[in-house]
Ligand binder design. Structure first.
Ligand code: 6GU
Length: 237
């Protein structure tokens, strides 16, 4: 997968060098380039923003540098982090993991002139993506979040593909709690069922814990489950 990130703060993307994303880059699964938007300015002050038409607080990113940047880097699936975007979810992460080329446009201030997105949408897919219902200064941290969620889904990045099948959100439910040795820690034992060796009982217990956690912590996820997601035993539990 090829990824380009355009930002006025390239240093913010330094963590892309680290950890599993850095490893995916080293093995050639991922090719990332971070670009400074000001590369595509032509005035001496390298201006990227101006006051909003119609008035109001803050500044808006001017269309010209973005247009030049996207002319040079595109086409690709353009991702624009924004609190006004569609919610970033695991299914969207899977969809993006299937793309050969992603371009992230990091807005700052009150956002990017809408014509940049409208113009780009005539030649490439454009998705405005939000992490959740709160406001960040800009899109850079959101790019780190989206890329981490997407890159770990690329074939060959995770050592154990089973960890993708069992994790939270893979089936629309939260994952059951996990334990490791020692069997007794301070005054707290590991639940007996997990040490029973009875794989049927263990699977049933994990499934029940998943359902209980989801019902208590994220009841909003339950109506979104496909009808076949709950089996006969689940309904009884
Ligand atoms: Cl993706 N960007 C910004 N600026 N704020 C956000 C966000 C994104 N998601 C939630 N808040």
């Amino acid at each position: 997968m090829r990824v380009d990130v355009v930002t006025i703060f390239p240093e913010y993307l330094a963590p892309l060098e680290l950890s599993l994303i850095g490893k995916a880059r080293a093995t050639g699964i991922l090719d990332v380039a971070v670009h400074d938007l000001r590369t595509w300015t032509s005035d001496v002050h390298r201006t990227v923003d101006d006051t909003p038409y119609g008035g109001g607080p803050g500044m808006v990113m001017r269309p010209e540098p973005w247009g030049e940047a996207l002319d040079e880097l595109g086409p690709g699936h353009l991702i624009v982090p924004s609190p006004a975007g569609v919610r970033f979810t695991q299914p969207l992460a899977h969809a993006l993991a299937g793309e050969p080329r992603l371009i992230f446009a990091c807005g700052r201030y009150e956002g990017i002139d809408q014509r940049v997105l409208d113009h780009a949408a005539e030649r490439m897919p454009v998705t405005e993506v939000s992490l959740g219902d709160y406001v960040l200064f800009g899109g850079e941290v959101a790019v780190l979040v989206v890329l981490e969620a997407v890159v770990r889904l690329l074939p060959g990045v995770l050592g154990n593909a089973d960890s993708l099948i069992e994790e939270s959100h893979a089936d629309g439910l939260l994952e059951a709690p996990v334990y490791t040795k020692p069997a007794q820690w301070r005054d707290l034992p590991v639940p007996e069922v997990l040490r029973s060796g009875d794989h049927g009982r263990i699977a049933r217990w994990r499934r029940d814990q998943s359902l209980l956690r989801t019902a208590r912590r994220r009841p909003d996820l339950l109506p979104a489950l496909p009808p076949q997601a709950l089996d006969r035993h689940d309904r009884a539990a």
